[in-house]
Design a protein around this ligand. Structure first.
Ligand code: BT5
Length: 322
């Protein structure tokens, strides 16, 4: 069905009005099949007008994430081979893990809602229906396990850049895995790995981005959404098509950099987007918590933070809070 939706959408995008009969002939299907595809596109959020004797006209693209849109995005991707879309899942991470052996190339899982969305250390990730992007991107690199330290640095830059370019908002990176706008978290991601003999086989990167306002999310003191951050004049439906295109382009670009280049190649840009430097933060490592100011990041991707006694700490992995 999705492939047919895409073909009907392509025809509608090219023309003003197009009759059901013309589409049916061009696609070699019945008029009923055309009608069904139009109905399904409308259910996915596309506005398709129909006028007797004239036919169908695409009035507005969908402001929702939907299967047709995602499939066409991935078709143009040089990295991802396919997308799995579900209206509702427990967690896209779980679904992605379940498909890893069957799908040999990199792929994407997206859901309209998650009933058990999770953050790091199994914390909850609020994933209300049609309000956000809930996505797991699976990469299949052939690199040493210790390279994974750098992965989050490249991916955070990709997400921040995509948000900035698409919505004209100032997106800041909060090391290690959050994107903030105006002091609040709009996106969190988590990186999980399958490895054997010190080599990474798959990276499963789960990205949760709050797109539209919800009461649940605004109740969280530190959270925000793209819609909440847009200026009044810009508060129209979000253009999902250009955002997804941009996100995939930026993920491809930064993943390619991650595989082929050292962190130093993006270090300056990453620092310019980071929101943690020079601020006193609570840093929680595996077995200790202390207060310190992040001051720099090394070429290898280690965070350097200075505590009140002037001692410098080299941090590989931690939770940090303002
Ligand atoms: C993260 O964890 O920030 C990673 C979130 C990853 C979610 C994606 S969605 C697609 C994929 N499938 C999944 O099941 N997960 C991934 P962490 O740093 O542990 O942050 C979690 C904390 O953020 C929670 O304890 C809350 O305080 C807060 N939080 C929960 N939901 C939020 C939301 N929607 N927006 C902002 N903050 C939220």
């Amino acid at each position: 069905m999705s492939k047919l939706n895409q073909e009907v959408l392509k025809l509608l995008s090219k023309q003003d009005f197009l009759s059901g009969q013309k589409m049916a002939t061009e696609l070699g299907i019945s008029r009923t099949a055309v009608w069904k595809a139009v109905k399904s596109l409308r259910e996915e959020g596309y506005t398709v007008e129909s006028v007797t004797n004239k036919g169908y006209k695409l009035v507005a693209a969908s402001s929702e994430l939907n299967e047709t849109l995602l499939t066409s995005m991935v078709k143009d991707s040089s990295l991802f081979s396919e997308v799995i879309y579900k209206d509702s899942v427990d967690s896209t991470q779980k679904l992605a893990f379940g498909k890893i052996t069957d799908i040999k190339e990199p792929f994407i899982v997206v859901a309209g809602e998650q009933t058990e969305g999770r953050g790091r250390f199994n914390r909850e990730w609020a994933s209300p229906e049609k309000r956000g992007l809930y996505m797991s991107a699976v990469f299949k690199p052939d690199i040493y396990l210790n390279e994974i330290i750098k992965f989050n640095l490249f991916i955070s830059l990709a997400i921040a850049n995509a948000i900035e370019k698409s919505f004209n908002l100032d997106a800041g990176i909060k090391w290690p895995n959050d994107i903030y706008i105006n002091g609040r978290k709009v996106c969190g991601f988590l990186t999980e790995v399958i490895s054997e003999n010190n080599m990474i086989q798959s990276i499963i990167c789960g990205i949760g981005l709050n797109l539209y306002h919800t009461e649940d999310i605004s109740k969280l003191e530190t959270a925000t959404s793209i819609e909440d951050e847009l200026k009044l004049d810009d508060k129209k439906d979000l253009d999902m098509e250009s955002f997804l295109k941009q996100l995939i382009i930026d993920l491809e670009k930064q993943y390619d950099q991650f595989i082929n280049m050292p962190f130093s190649s993006i270090r300056e840009e990453w620092i310019s987007k980071s929101i943690i430097f020079g601020k006193e933060m609570r840093i929680s490592e595996m077995n200790r918590t202390f207060m310190a100011k992040p001051v720099d990041i090394t070429d290898e991707g280690f965070l350097l933070a200075v505590d009140r006694y002037g001692e410098t700490h080299k941090i590989i992995s931690a939770d940090i809070e303002f």
